[in-house]
Design a protein around this ligand. Structure first.
Ligand code: G3H
Ligand code: 13P
Ligand code: ZN
Length: 330
């Protein structure tokens, strides 16, 4: 048993309380490898932002849970070396069983998500409560989810979304004791968040998605004043990256995300954690594709992963400073 406290990590409790009061959201960035971890820490140290490092089931399969935990431990020291002891949470993203959440808690994670959103309501309540009961014995915070996001990813898939029903939220939070609640108000995972027929096109032919359901968010906030709300699937899918990818041999069709102004608006409300993964994938892919086309003789991985890391850092700093409002809050 390793306690996250001995690794220099923190749970989300104080972080979220400050974020709600301050009208900003904490970035939750996924990581699977060293370059992503470096970019996240460099960006958040420079922006002086608290940060949540997220490990998904796919990341555990790809990189190994133990290695990722040691990298997060290293991230705490790395941040100090870069000059700022920012608060860092190590969070399990989309945990799907009690056993997995327990194993992460036992090995030093400071926060876990138990995603029972696809289960019947009573089963979601029972599973979430089981995780909360164990996590709270170790002062680990828990994120639950109500409502289903549309979108398809390796380990996270749902054909159609079901918006969170505000009528359920008080009962869910009271029965489970969760510390934060992920909700479904129109975001979804991946780089194709809306079908083209759900969007309009602007003068340049770029897809403009429908607005998030801020009315549902407002109703949930009214029922749970001051309670931390989480938004998954919050990449904005920057069209400049899509363009670089597609003009350098890529084939991303109809990629569309959540406009940054809408995330800024959400961050000013009770939304205090915003999950971003796909935008980072696009930034790295654009940088790597460009180098492969422009410098075809290059074969040192540091020569394409290094610039990809720099692009990722730039993107994440921008998110902290201009979208989530977390810059300067560490
Ligand atoms: O919510 C999903 C995250 O983007 C992680 O995706 O399961 O492919 O690692 P992944
Ligand atoms: P995106 O696919 O929009 O980046 O969402 C990531 C996410 O929700 C991770 O849990
Ligand atoms: Zn997610």
């Amino acid at each position: 048993m390793v306690s996250y406290k001995d690794l220099g990590l923190v749970n989300t409790r104080d972080m979220f309380a400050k974020a709600i009061k301050g009208g900003y959201a904490i970035p939750a960035f996924n990581f699977n490898n060293m370059e992503q971890m470096q970019a996240i820490i460099q960006a958040c140290v420079e922006a002086s932002s608290p940060v949540i490092l997220q490990v998904s089931a796919g990341a555990r399969k790809y990189a190994n849970q133990t290695l990722l935990r040691y990298m997060a431990q290293g991230a705490v020291e790395y941040a100090k070396e870069l000059g700022k002891n920012i608060p860092i949470v190590l969070h399990l993203d989309h945990g799907n069983s009690f056993e997995l959440c327990k194993s992460c808690i036992d090995m030093g994670f400071s926060s876990v998500m138990i995603d029972g959103s696809h289960l019947p309501y009573d089963e979601n309540v029972a599973l979430t409560k089981q995780v909360v009961d164990y996590a709270h014995q170790h002062d680990v915070t828990v994120e639950g989810e109500l409502g289903v996001l549309a979108g398809v990813e390796d380990e996270v898939s749902a054909e159609h979304h079901t918006y969170t029903d505000p009528a359920d939220v008080i009962d869910f939070v009271q029965k489970t004791g969760v510390d934060s609640l992920a909700i479904s108000i129109g975001t979804s995972h991946g780089a194709n968040k809306f079908k083209p027929e759900q969007c309009t096109r602007n003068a340049e032919g770029i897809l403009v998605p429908p607005e998030l359901r801020f009315d549902i968010l407002a109703e949930i906030e009214k029922k749970l004043p001051g309670f931390p709300i989480v938004l998954h699937g919050s990449s904005s899918v920057p069209q400049e990256y899509v363009k670089i990818i597609n003009t350098h041999g890529g084939a991303l069709k109809d990629a569309v995300g959540i406009p940054e102004e809408q995330l800024r608006k959400a961050a000013k409300s009770a939304v205090c954690k915003i999950n971003i993964d796909s935008d980072g994938r696009l930034a790295m892919t654009a940088a790597v594709r460009k180098i492969f086309v422009d410098q075809p003789a290059e074969f040192d991985p540091r020569k394409y992963l290094g610039p990809a890391r720099d692009e990722l850092k730039k993107l994440y700093k921008h998110k902290c400073e201009n979208v989530l409002g977390s810059a300067g809050q560490a």
